[in-house]
Design a protein around this ligand. Structure first.
Ligand code: DX5
Ligand code: ZN
Length: 218
């Protein structure tokens, strides 16, 4: 199963519902929501109000990527607002096992995010706890950055490890995904492809989504 998850960070928020719908028509499988607090990353985006609006705009699962300091206390709010998946950064959360359990208990699917410079082995002890492993292919904070090629090796490593240990997590890649590299990312073992500017800054959102999906369909 290969999934395109358009990142609304690059959408036009004055017509957010319409933009989400256009990706849906193009075959988007999830909607990726980038929550930034100006502390964990040098940018501020949105919080639960927008998650709530996105929830009302689509029946697709909302994949909520938390780039915030101390996410634990806010996790219930994001789940109440409609998040299906919640991903937290391993670089920020101290008691990661506890946080992942809490996400599960509250009824959402837990995921772990690794920055480009964070080695996969730091996550080994909790990989059986997660539904989603999000590998950043840019340093988080902004849309429109270039894909960091070294991450391809990490995707392969995550896919091999999953097979070896018979685990179930989906592998998601976030940052700089375009028509030019999506095939290589897919071949490395990625299941879920976040795409912001390559979808929302294109001439036709529906066609851009379709094109990405066609390139990775098995
Ligand atoms: C980066 C965000 C990404 C971003 C991807 O901090 O986590 O989800 O929206 O945008 P593009 O696809 O433009 O690199
Ligand atoms: Zn993201």
């Amino acid at each position: 199963m290969k999934i395109i998850a358009p990142s609304i960070l690059s959408a036009d928020f004055s017509i957010l519902k319409d933009q989400i719908k256009q990706t849906e028509i193009g075959g988007a499988g999830w909607i990726h929501c980038d929550v930034m607090d100006g502390q964990f990353v040098p940018n501020i985006t949105f919080g639960t109000v927008v998650i709530d609006a996105a929830k009302k705009s689509t029946s697709l699962p909302l994949d909520v990527h938390l780039m915030i300091k101390n996410p634990d206390s806010l996790i219930p709010n994001f789940i109440n607002a409609g998040a299906s998946y919640i991903t937290v950064h391993i670089e920020e959360v101290v008691h990661i096992h506890r946080t992942l359990q809490k996400i599960k208990e509250l009824g959402a699917k837990p995921g772990l995010v690794l920055n480009p410079s964070t080695p996969l082995n730091l996550s080994f002890e909790v990989l059986e706890e997660i539904d989603l492993l999000l590998l950043m292919s840019v340093n988080p904070g902004f849309g429109g950055q270039s894909f960091i090629k070294n991450v391809l090796r990490k995707i392969e490593e995550a896919a091999n490890y999953r097979e070896k240990k018979n685990l179930k997590y989906l592998i998601e890649v976030d940052g700089g995904v375009t028509k030019n590299n999506i095939k290589d990312i897919s071949n490395a073992g990625c299941d879920v492809f976040v795409a912001g500017s390559s979808i929302f800054h294109s001439e036709n959102i529906t066609i851009a989504t379709q094109e990405l999906l066609t390139m990775i369909k098995e």
